[in-house]
Design a protein around this ligand. Structure first.
Ligand code: NCD
Length: 305
């Protein structure tokens, strides 16, 4: 039985298999409309979510399956003090697969050891968010036609931004990929990503503070929100929250085929005036998330189509 806790659990071949499956779902949705009939997905969200939870639910419905779950810790027995282990042992009796988001790093891993059914990490604290990366990969693949040979700028809260940690790890496996990490000093990418993921493979990266300086060389610009809920004090958040605001003016020096991504929700980091730029791909990215979650559910449930 497979889980998805960390994106690195999927090989490059498996990532391609998921992308190919998602492309087939896009082309032939009717073929998939009933393949999960009688199966149940449990969405256990101990932390707020719009896209991730709803796209998991939409994914399961579009596969003909059912959905149960909760969208906040307050409405589950966690509010009475129940442990994650106990909650998932019980949910394992009711459902076939779990998507779990939790504010504590490692909670979905613990859950996967107890649930008895596949567990998908839908975001654990400031750590990982592998299914957002699946959405990101499909978007890059559809927009660029490849996952190799590109310069990726990740910008904003690289310290707490779990989507960035998973994306950089995943993309580090494709040849010819370089990174520009754009952040304030206080929100630099965790050292372990550099020392454990990028350095051993000799991958090129630079850490800079200026978005304008990096712009002309980027093929992908991945903007992120400053993660207010992970800050220890509000004053630091207020000081850093508007470090980067992407405007049409800042895009003047960008490549014509730049692909602008953002996992969403956006706060201030991308001006709404950018939304009409053909290079803005963040709403397409949200749609792609549903297709990749459909592909992932089929893989983990070992459904033959
Ligand atoms: C992201 C998350 O939850 O980490 N959102 C999402 O799943 N699309 C990004 C964020 O909250 O900033």
């Amino acid at each position: 039985m497979r889980n998805l806790i960390d994106i690195m659990e999927l090989s490059v071949e498996e990532l391609q298999e998921l992308i190919d499956r998602a492309m087939d779902i896009i082309a032939n949705p009717e073929k998939y409309a009933h393949v999960c009939a009688g199966k149940k997905l449990a969405t256990l969200f101990f932390e707020p979510s719009t896209r991730t939870r709803l796209s998991f639910e939409a994914a399961m419905y579009e596969l003909g399956g059912h959905v149960l779950g909760f969208s906040e810790a307050q409405s589950s027995s966690a509010s009475k003090g129940e442990s994650v282990s106990d909650t998932v042992r019980v949910v394992g009796c009711y459902a076939d697969i779990i998507a779990m988001r939790h504010p504590k790093e490692g909670a979905p891993l613990v859950a996967s050891r107890k649930a008895g059914i596949p567990v998908i990490n839908a975001g654990d604290g400031g750590h990982n968010h592998p299914t957002q990366t699946l959405a990101d990969l499909l978007t890059i693949y559809r927009e660029k036609g490849r996952l190799t040979d590109m310069t990726i700028g990740v910008c904003g809260d690289l310290k707490f931004g779990r989507t960035v940690h998973s994306l950089v790890s995943a993309m580090s496996r494709y040849p010819g990929v370089r990174f520009v990490m754009i952040s304030p000093e206080e929100l630099k990418i965790p050292k372990y990503i550099l020392t454990d993921v990028l350095d051993p493979k000799g991958i090129e990266y630079e850490e800079v503070t200026s978005l304008e300086g990096a712009m002309p060389k980027l093929d992908i610009l991945y903007m992120t929100r400053v993660q207010r809920e992970r800050f220890f004090n509000e004053a630091d958040y207020v000081r850093l929250k508007d470090s980067y605001i992407l405007t049409p003016d800042k895009l003047k020096t960008a490549k014509n085929d730049l692909c602008i991504l953002h996992p969403l929700p956006r706060v201030n980091e991308i001006s709404v005036a950018v939304d009409d730029d053909p290079r803005a791909c963040y709403f397409k990215q949200a749609l792609n998330g549903k297709y990749m979650r459909m592909a992932l559910i089929l893989k983990l449930l070992e459904v033959d189509v």
